[in-house]
Design a protein around this ligand. Sequence first.
Ligand code: SF4
Length: 443
Amino acid sequence: MNRVDFLLINPWIYDFSAHDFWLRPYGLLKFAGKLRKEGYTLFFLDLLDPFHPRLPKVPKRKAFGTGHFYKEVIPKPTYFLDVPRKLYRYGLPFEVFKEEVIKLQFSAVMLTCTLTYWYPGLFYLLRFFSEFYPEIPIFIGGIYARLCKDHLQSFIEKHISSPVKIVLEDLDTFVDGLKKKFIPTGNPLAHDYPAFDLQRRLPYVILQTSFGCPFSCPYCASRRLNPLFKQRDPWEVVDEILFWHTRFGVIDFAFYDDALLVNFENHLGIIIESLLQRNLKLRFHTPNALHARFITGDVAHLLKRAGFTTIRLGFERLEERIDNKVTTEEFIEAVQNLKEAGYTSRELGAYVLFGLPDEDFEGVKKSLFFLEGLRVAPFLAEFSPVPGTSLFEISKSTSRYPIEEDPLFHNKSVFPALKKPPWERIQEIKDLARGIRTRLNNL
Ligand code: SF4
């Protein structure tokens, strides 16, 4: 029996689709890093672990550490019967989860849940620990807990007998509180970097160099989760990158920043220049999208020289914009700068918002063709209403679901903001985006 202070679990995902496009429970691993620095011993059980030896089928891996998760089809609830897709549970089979937990002794369980509509995985775990480990305290953090606290609280009150705390304070305050109740049984680590090394393998590391975003788009959770935009000391970020590269040989790094390029000269510029001086062979990826308006010629050249390999730009749409983060002219100029710096269509992609209330399908098509004209691969970002945003309020009246009652109805794949999604047209647009990507890839 392996005895640890805390058991940390990344839950299953119940969804129509989920990919390991640099998808890690960053907050939970960051928390784990802080706990290790205090001397706590941990077991990280990643229920999405694509490398677990007991998976019935090995999920495919792709470039730069990305890949698939193991998945099993599950029955669709009646309210999703109109959605022409299969529903899956992504992650380890239940028996494997139980085998893992039985081997352990722990003083508390720490759980997380990222997207609001992924809570079924968390709820399964809550029921499990409440039934089989009723004395063990449970701590729950993550975006779902922060955005939908009342929904979570109501489930706990009705179904869970364990002592449960929803963690809303910042991590340092929370760890200070824990220290009053739990005595660490291990040796403190010298650093508090997110505990990526607790994973079975380390194909990539996530970086977050800033919190929040100076913009305020009506569909985005950034401002709600981080009301103030803050950047970390760039030299600390350099040390963190060097730590993972020299100690663990990590080459691929993905940024979770919402506004990576803001204040470039005093922030990312310093990080890049410092890494370039060391002549390392690293690759960087920006799945969260970069602000095109900050990509000047100099910025584009630096990104290219530093090894930024996957560039995603926030485009959203060509006409009738509902945000002000970029104009069409700024976007065109950014793409020109990136091309001049040596980027090809294979490396450049842009997100197009799809599925907004009263969606203009022709407008989406125009946006896709516009990107094809610029030779930038289009990726559809299906709209999910985020509680606390103005588009959530609008979606309440355009949705066919009571989205304010159950976060399951925020699922982007069900096109929750539409009264009656025209599935054939939706598929046509998805095929169009895929076809354009294939054409651009073959250039
Ligand atoms: S610019 Fe991006 S991160 Fe910032 S508020 Fe808008 S969508 Fe969110």
